[in-house]
Design a protein around this ligand. Structure first.
Ligand code: AMP
Length: 220
């Protein structure tokens, strides 16, 4: 089972992808997290990615594609994957489709989480991420039990540089220009589902599962 989760930055992709992956017992692969890990580890990939990330721009397609395909080749992805933040461009979608086709696999569903810009700005400025395990929180909508501390691993929560307002606006622009064509791409493939991303976390998760259909538990 390969599911692509799409939506503007701040639509709740990370949170929902983690929930879906847990519920369906498949891997959660987030390209942004892979980059942040590389940046934290100071690898050549991280050094290359950081300047783009700090400006709210997309990392070049060839770099992203190679990194994600390597991750998808790992054993934990065999049962299935929720892809979060990848693909982000038509070129990435085509590279993914080609790599999957070579293994007789395909993207079964592309879930587009839709949220208006005003709601996104409110969400982003309150977002906090665990420095250790990358679990996302929100100071208002999804707070940890103890402020500033990760429920899951006790790590320190922080605000990402790219969650600052100016960067968020830039990322929304980039999203519109480069990622919206993907919506048309997956619609043409007949796998697109548009999901209302407003409301509680449980409501949105339920909508996503409903879009995957009643047979979803048998996929994995
Ligand atoms: P995210 O956590 O998904 O919002 O990603 C944070 C940043 O990582 C983005 O603003 C991009 O600079 C970079 N990034 C993550 N995924 C991709 C991708 N699929 N293509 C290009 N850049 C990406």
């Amino acid at each position: 089972m390969i599911v692509v989760l799409m939506g503007p930055p701040g639509a709740g992709k990370g949170t929902q992808a983690a929930r879906l992956a847990e519920r369906l017992a498949v891997a959660h692969v987030a390209s942004g997290d892979l980059f942040r890990e590389a940046v934290a580890a100071g690898t050549p990939l991280g050094i290359q990615a950081q300047t783009y990330m700090d400006r709210g721009e997309l990392v070049p397609d060839d770099v992203v594609v190679q990194m994600v395909l390597e991750r998808l080749a790992r054993p934990d992805c065999r049962r299935g994957v929720i892809l979060d933040g990848f693909p982000r461009t038509a070129a990435q979608a085509e590279a993914l489709a080609a790599a999957l086709a070579a293994q007789g696999r395909r993207v079964e569903a592309a879930l587009l989480i839709e949220v208006p810009d005003a709601a996104i700005l409110e969400r982003m400025t309150g977002r906090r991420i665990c420095r250790q395990c990358q679990t996302p929180y929100h100071v208002k909508f999804n707070p940890p039990a103890r402020p500033g501390v990760c429920d899951r691993c006790g790590g320190e929560l922080y605000q990402r540089d790219d969650d600052r307002e100016e960067t968020v606006r830039k990322r929304l622009e980039v999203y519109r220009a480069q990622t919206l064509p993907l919506v048309a791409y997956y619609r043409a493939q007949g796998v697109l589902h548009e999901i209302d991303g407003l409301g509680g976390l449980d409501e949105v998760t339920a909508r996503l599962l409903a879009a995957l259909g009643p047979g979803v538990d048998r996929w994995a």
